[in-house]
Write a protein that binds this ligand. Structure first.
Ligand code: KIV
Length: 267
């Protein structure tokens, strides 16, 4: 089965079919997520926190993204794979953006990149990438690469004029050729009206049910990231507890001399 394309997402929006997206960072989970039927697998720079144990996405490099995105692409058969452009890989110049986005596609097998922000300068960067055939997913609301400038992970668009500015940014990104827009930590009514105003699909995280699709960070929704409990998150499984129980049981079996048993031992 060929992988989904950016065209398929546009058609899903036109038909009112919700888009299911998740992040993945490695081959095994990418295969599980893909086989379960998600439409989009995002190799997020959230790997900084959930894979590398960093405080933010800021230290994540293009090489980190390439290493993880190639593994993900090897595990995905049917979903569209999008790779995050990490901090400073596209903000410095259009030339850097083209070179790094090109590497992300060429060296991983992914079909699109994602970048953050909606200023006129960022829209120019989106346009430059789209013009050379690189599909771009945009990202507004809370943009984690600006965590310090935004004063933490806070809901965006509530301040005076904030909703109007977000709509302007979103329209500018659509005009520049972005094929989709992530809305992170955006009030539900604002995300709903942005989704209605745009032709391109919106994918929400902490943005309510009015978006055209939803995305969650995989370890968070599988219960692997103990202690991370934002209001928008639903835990769809408790793999953290299952993993702890499995490891404790192994330690006990080794210490008790119960493992390995005869059936695990070569003659
Ligand atoms: O890096 C990431 O995982 C993301 C999602 C939260 C959308 O950007």
């Amino acid at each position: 089965m060929p992988r989904k394309t950016i065209r398929d997402l546009r058609i899903m929006k036109e038909r009112g079919e919700p888009i299911a997206a998740l992040t993945a960072y490695d081959y095994l989970f990418a295969g599980i997520v893909d086989a379960a039927g998600v439409d989009v697998v995002l190799v997020g720079d959230s790997l900084g926190q959930v894979v590398l144990g960093l405080d933010s996405t800021l230290p994540v490099s293009v090489d980190d993204m390439i290493r993880h995105a190639s593994a993900v692409c090897r595990g995905v058969r049917q979903a569209l794979v999008v790779v995050d452009m990490p901090f400073l890989s596209y903000q410095t110049s259009r030339r850097d953006a083209i070179r790094n986005a090109g590497r992300l596609l060429q060296e991983t097998g992914a079909a699109a990149v994602k970048l953050e922000g909606g200023s006129p300068r960022m829209a120019d960067t989106v346009q430059a990438l789209v013009e050379i055939g690189i599909p771009v997913m945009a990202h507004l609301g809370f943009t984690p690469q600006s965590v310090h400038g935004l004063g933490g992970a806070r809901v965006q668009g509530r301040e005076a004029g904030g909703a109007e500015r977000m709509l302007e940014d979103a329209e500018r990104l659509q005009q520049a050729g972005a094929f989709s827009l992530v809305l992170e930590l955006v009030p539900g009514p604002l995300a709903r009206s942005l989704s209605a105003a745009l032709q391109i699909p919106t994918i929400g995280i902490g943005a309510g049910a009015g978006c055209d699709g939803q995305i969650l960070v995989l370890p968070d929704m599988l219960g692997l990231n103990a202690g991370f409990e934002p209001r928008f998150l639903r835990r769809f499984a408790d793999l953290g507890a299952a993993a702890s129980a499995g490891v404790e049981s192994y330690v006990h079996a080794v210490r008790a001399g119960e493992y390995p048993a005869t059936e695990h031992t070569f003659e």
